[in-house]
Ligand binder design. Sequence first.
Ligand SMILES: Nc1ncnc2c1ncn2[C@@H]1O[C@H](COP(=O)(O)OP(=O)(O)OP(=O)(O)O)[C@@H](O)[C@H]1O
Length: 620
Amino acid sequence: MSARSSAASPSPSSPPSSCASRRKGFRVPDAALTGGAPVARRRRGLVLLVLALVAAAVMLAAPAVLDRFSLNVLTRAMIFAILAITVDLLWGFAGILTFGQAAFFGVGAYATAMILTHVGDSAPYVALGLVAAVILPMVVGAMVGWLTFYPGSSAFYATIISLVVPIVVTQVIYSGGTFTGSSSGLVGYWGMPLSLEGYFRLAGVVLVAVAFAALVFVRSDAGRLLTAIRNNETRCAYLGINTQRIKILLTVVLAGVTGLAGFLYANASGMVAPENAGFVFGTELVVWTALGGRGTIVGPVLGAVGIGYLSAELSGDLPFLWQLLIGTLFVLVIIVLPNGLAALVAPLKAWRKPPPPPTLVALPVTVPRRTGTAPLLAMEKVEKSYGSQKVLADITLTVAPGELVSLVGPNGAGKTTLMRCMTDGAAASGGTVRINGTAIAGMLPDAIVARGIGRKFQVASVFEDLTVAECLRMARACHETPSLVAAAETLALPASAIDILRLTGLDRMLASPVSLLSHGQKQSLELAMVVSLEPELILLDEPTAGLTKTERSTIGTVLKTLTAERGMAAILVEHDLDFVREISSRIVVLHQGRLVVDGTVEEAVNADIVKRIYSGGGHE
Ligand SMILES: Nc1ncnc2c1ncn2[C@@H]1O[C@H](COP(=O)(O)OP(=O)(O)OP(=O)(O)O)[C@@H](O)[C@H]1O
């Protein structure tokens, strides 16, 4: 075990638990995981807090040196910068390109203006306006999120919905008559009794607070989950993470923040108009975010404030030329700074030390969970067709704990398709697949993974923008809820996952970006991630493809230990028959979509059909 690894390994005889068992609280908590924060991490958090306090102090002091025009323009620009941060979280971090934030902003602004116009105009109604401005966009956000992120929806579909929502909200405003002010909007209502300087300070402090919270969040383990979803949503689902739920939650929370900005705007400007909710404004937010530098939080703030201020200055001085100048500037920024204005402050990052990797900790012994006698996997008369092409027919197969089953067959025999049927409730066209006695028909991969299955794909499926440690952390997300405010200092993994890291040298590369790993290292990392799930049944599609002889034998040793000593079952798709012979306890041969042999290694190797298939004469 590496120098970083500590604590006792689980006893070899203890069967692993699954996501589900973890949720049911079977694991004994490990006191070693709740230690104090290392100095380096605490110092980074402190620096960010000090910067935020300095920025807030600047906001409070700035009105002393700014003229009324600048105060007015910057107040508006800072409110819009709050929106740009929400666009950045959705688009820059989670990969959801959205034009819909304007709609939530409009709902928040109109809720405030309508209450102050039609209901009452005193302090309690301002408070009511604030509550409505946050809650209503969240309700709309929940409906939009539910509509947008249903299982199987594409990113393109999400973007189209985000374009439609502002149009719908604008039409509702137009058809609201005197209630919404229709095309004229609402104006002249009573607002918070603040001076121009007061609104500037309020908008500035709220902007700093939102930016600080966003920066803390994106550096936390939960924030890294957004990057994981953007990188590889399928892998997230196969780590038991319900990505739809996370995206809906993110939409709802950010709709609330957007509504808060709408409340500030309705008070500070003293008017609301349909354009505030329109998709042109939604597009502007995306442009500011892109020009500022998406995925940086600071960039979109620079984009929104810089472009907002510059546009206001130029439109006064050069009424006929300003749009041409702004357009030219856009083009120049895109050419010179393709990563946005944030690239200007990127050199400052070079001074910052990268965060230290977490300390590896072996998880304590788990309590056995299996209660019933049902096999881990039971497939009965499973079939799969693509249109008129029947790819699998009449597959009946059971796998028990401790078995290491190799699934072999020529290219196109249906091996990968069969694995898909074991992990996706929508994959099979007929028959029954049961995991631990539960039929999985209609279940999504994340729910099936939670029942004790782990799947390693044929091509290494990891998260390119994360570090090795962060990838492993994602694999534990369904066991331990990631923190919203911090990156944990320890990384608790099952001993078998730590063994894989140690045998492949990845334990010394925890802080390395995954994009710098070799093909073999990515394969090993994915295997360690799947093992970290603590599945009862692990599915491996060609885990040794492209690996060196040493790496191959390492993986073979790990698989034998997992199955023979730790009670896990494994199904392995493999073309290397020597490897299969060496490690398997049972071999299943698939040929033209049918299961033609299911027996011991000797039985399979000596079967006539196998000799015929592998000598090229097996076609019927
Ligand atoms: N999405 C799809 N649409 C249509 N046909 C498909 C699809 N996926 C697989 N097939 C077909 O199903 C058959 C089985 O494919 P599958 O990938 O399961 O085979 P395999 O045994 O895993 O092959 P290999 O060893 O080359 O990976 C092939 O004829 C393939 O062309």
